[in-house]
Design a binder for this molecule. Structure first.
Ligand SMILES: [Zn+2]
Ligand SMILES: [Zn+2]
Length: 370
């Protein structure tokens, strides 16, 4: 075994190309991981569609980041996972896919998630270590990456979303200050929004409200702990939706509201749904250039806060795994992953995940089994 397959992205509108690449020599502090499951995340769709910024390397790009796998080769100096537990080849792991630099103001302030250098400029597949993303048989975890042993009780299907959707949501709600007995509005019931409902519940939220327009997703949100759902098509008037949130939060508005939609038009409404002093969590809109009109005085007079979160600090991953262990029978996690495809069918996986121009889709998360 000296080669592995990877799906190379050549730009929006073009089919992926399956290529065989040499397995890299593993540096002393790095780990080569044999990927067992790689999900198609909402942000992957943005690149595929062409509505997210992208400097594509000349020979293409192997991307994707929501994944899990087994240790294939340990670097000579790696003996344990990031919590000091003994690690050997064949062990199942969950891991970060970004690399805080350790040498900037954010890193120095112990905010690795805010490190501006943590995601390197995309490298092409011909560049070492070749396996730069999840849509491949292997992933090369660089020296500064964090990795954690996965409890045997969790199937791969539950673990794959841990390093993106689930950790993002946990860190985001933590940063937004969701507290025991609090109330939260979740805009968008996709992969992140659904898990946010469950995480908010587990954090002790008293009221969880989810807004979307796809009935299937709203039903799933309820199955994951939402108390109330608002279907945009059934309540087309924004004022009425805001009034519903007020009614369900004792007349005050929510402590926290979150954008998990990815289109900034939802933001002013989410801010309006907050109580005075509430916090808006912005995670969904990653597309540069996407704009929205905002009335800043509403923030001032309402003493409201906006928190942006692009990644999470690595301590979140083991807590995310613990969350899954204690809640694995409480919510139907098996419903989050709806479709599986072999790596060769990656074009199909993306096409089936696309919901942008459609009213409904059965897919919550599509996964590749490379
Ligand atoms: Zn993601
Ligand atoms: Zn840094």
């Amino acid at each position: 075994m000296s080669k592995g397959k990877a799906a190379v992205f050549l730009g929006p509108g073009k089919p992926f190309e399956i290529r065989e690449l040499p397995l890299p020599d593993v540096e002393p502090d790095a780990v080569l991981i044999r990927i067992s499951l790689a999900n198609v995340c909402g942000s992957d769709l943005h690149f595929w569609r062409g509505d997210a910024p992208l400097r594509l390397p000349e020979d293409g790009w192997i991307y994707g980041h929501e994944m899990t796998g087994r240790v294939a080769r340990l670097g000579a100096r790696v003996k344990t996972d990031s919590l000091g537990r003994p690690l050997k080849e064949g062990d199942r792991v969950a891991y970060t896919y970004f690399y805080p630099c350790g040498r900037c103001h954010a890193c120095l302030n112990n905010e690795p998630a805010a490190c501006p250098a943590k995601i390197e400029r995309p490298l092409g597949p011909s560049q070492f270590p070749h396996f730069h993303g999840a849509f491949a048989e292997y992933y090369y975890l660089r020296a500064r990456g964090a990795l954690f042993l996965v409890p045997d009780t969790l199937p791969d299907e539950m673990v794959a979303p841990v390093n993106c959707a689930l950790s993002q949501v946990i860190f985001g709600l933590h940063k937004a200050g969701l507290a025991f007995g609090g109330s939260v509005v979740i805009q968008g019931a996709g992969g992140l929004g659904i898990q946010a409902a469950a995480v908010a519940r587990d954090m002790g939220a008293a009221t969880v409200i989810v807004v979307d327009r796809l009935p299937g997703r709203l039903e799933l949100a309820q199955a994951f702990g939402a108390d109330h759902t608002i279907n945009l098509d059934e309540v087309p008037d924004r004022k009425e939706r805001v009034a519903l949130v007020r009614r369900w939060t004792g007349g005050t508005g929510a402590d926290v509201a979150c954008d998990f939609v990815g289109f900034p038009q939802v933001i002013p409404e989410g801010i309006e749904m907050l109580r005075s002093g509430g916090t808006y969590l912005e995670i969904g809109t990653i597309s540069r250039g996407a704009k929205v009109e905002l009335e800043p005085s509403l923030l001032v007079w309402g003493s409201k806060t906006i928190v942006g979160v692009i990644q999470y600090d690595p301590w979140v991953i083991p807590r995310a795994l613990d969350f899954l262990v204690r809640n694995r029978t409480r919510w139907p996690f098996d419903r989050l992953l709806s479709h599986k495809y072999p790596l060769e069918k990656i074009d199909q996986a993306f096409a089936d995940s696309e919901w942008h121009n459609r009213e409904t889709t059965a897919i919550t998360r599509a996964a590749l089994v490379p």
